[in-house]
Design a binder for this molecule. Structure first.
Ligand SMILES: *[C@@H]1O[C@H](CO)[C@@H](O)[C@H](O)[C@H]1NC(C)=O
Length: 428
């Protein structure tokens, strides 16, 4: 090797190292900047928490988001998925990566006594969507400050109706992901210790659907059951028979759930056999095949058992089942590296198991390669120890900056990967 070549190689190496550490420094800066915005984010989180709105009715929520985007100088299109969805953009050109939050609340009466408690009686942000929105707005602010340096576009998705309304599906159908190469979403996650980032390749959340059943019998006097067709006994047999679908028909190493959560005889008297009984519940599985088979068998068991008892079952499913949420390997890799650039590597985890909860992020991750990430919030001193969808659920607000930083770092890491693969192609 001649001296000149050796010197050139050395200079190149220095540049490469310099480039890498500049990137590392930029990422370290992200978390710092996110922390310096924590009061701004906290104020948004509290305002959103106090004004929860249910699926497809997120009017004030949508307005608050649009006002914030306007103040940040971020252009957006509205409405999407009904009247409340928003799609905003930072940067220009391709590649395009989408960052998503859900915006709806739940029909739950809040029991947490804080100054920012829900002002809408019987409605509550009990699934952390107020935190998700805040994190995405935080990321919007950080990314906007870097807009000139972005080698592509970050698309911000503010999606209505995650809780059963399949707003994500509408967003996809209305073209919000057109030209988008990847999508990332965050869910705050009480089962994980606070500040842990967890995700996994492949299925991370289950497919789910809900059913309701009316078991029609013939009512009568409780003392003369032989003259009636007792729908209470038929419905009880149905509940029992459904248990066998998981214990006897699902592989012992597979995962499925059939839960009957509603059992309503409507009877007001102890000596009357009612005409009908109302049942309701949920069916979940980790693969689409298993899920379709399970739903088919639930129907057969319910109808067959009812008819064996001389009754008739009328079964209906929700208008929109959610498929399994399946993470793409490359995107999970982006999330893990982005997370490790922000916090200690041992706090960024590839989760072993999926959860049987479901998400309409599944529609987005079906449309383009996606990653859905859990952000741990279990923190006793913040009072954040209760489960999602419970009236005592409480966010650990100390994690808002990490969520904002993670979205930001995921976008930047995605762009870096894209650039690297472009220059790989150029060398070929
Ligand atoms: C837990 O919450 C407390 C109180 O809000 C906060 O000071 C602390 O930093 C949180 N713990 C971690 C590990 O983030």
């Amino acid at each position: 090797m001649s001296l000149r070549i050796a010197i050139a190689c050395f200079a190149l190496l220095l540049c490469a190292i310099g480039g890498r550490s500049a990137k590392a420094a930029e990422k370290a800066e992200i978390l710092e900047q996110a922390h310096s915005e924590s009061n701004w984010m906290l104020e948004i989180r509290k305002r959103l928490h106090a004004q929860p709105e249910l699926a497809y009715e997120e009017y004030e929520t949508s307005e608050l988001i649009r006002d914030t985007l306007k103040k940040l100088g971020i252009p957006f299109q509205h409405p999407y998925a009904g009247k409340t969805g928003i799609v905003a953009t930072i940067g220009k050109g391709s590649p395009r990566i989408a960052l998503r939050t859900d915006i709806d609340a739940l029909p739950i009466l809040e029991e947490v006594d804080v100054p920012w408690k829900s002002k809408a009686e019987g409605k509550m942000h009990a699934c952390g969507h107020d935190a998700h929105m805040t994190m995405l707005l935080g990321a919007a602010k950080l990314l906007k400050a870097r807009e000139q340096r972005l080698p592509g576009t970050v698309v911000l998705l503010f999606q209505p109706a995650e809780e059963g309304g399949a707003g994500g599906k509408k967003l996809v159908e209305e073209g919000a992901l057109e030209g988008v190469a990847a999508v990332h979403g965050i869910h705050v996650w009480p089962p994980l210790p606070t500040g842990i980032i967890g995700t996994r390749v492949g299925t991370i959340m289950a497919a789910a659907d809900r059913f309701s059943v009316t078991v029609h019998g013939r009512g009568g006097h409780a003392a003369m059951p032989h003259l009636a067709r007792d729908p209470v006994v038929a419905a009880s047999a149905i509940v029992g028979a459904l248990q066998h679908l998981v214990s006897r028909e699902t592989s012992p190493t597979g995962s499925a759930v059939v839960t009957v959560a509603v059992f309503n005889t409507g009877a007001g008297a102890f000596n009357v056999i009612p005409d009908k009984v109302q049942l309701g519940g949920t069916v979940r599985a980790l693969t689409r095949e298993q899920f379709d088979k399970l739903r088919e068998r639930v129907r057969e068991v319910i109808e067959g058992t009812a008819s064996a008892h001389g009754c008739r079952a009328e079964l209906s499913w929700s208008a929109q089942a959610y498929g399994p949420t399946v993470n793409a390997k490359d995107m999970v890799d982006v999330v893990l590296r982005a997370g490790q650039s922000l916090i200690d590597a041992e706090r960024v985890q590839a989760l072993e198991e999926p959860t049987m909860a479901a998400e309409d992020f599944s529609f987005l991750a079906d449309a383009v390669p996606g990653a859905f990430t859990f952000l741990g919030i279990n923190n006793e001193s913040a009072g954040s120890v209760h489960g999602l969808h419970t009236p005592r659920f409480r966010m650990d607000d100390s994690q808002l900056p990490l969520g904002a930083a993670l979205h930001t770092a995921v976008a930047l890491t995605f762009f870096e990967d894209h650039k690297a693969s472009q220059s790989d192609h150029a060398e070929l």
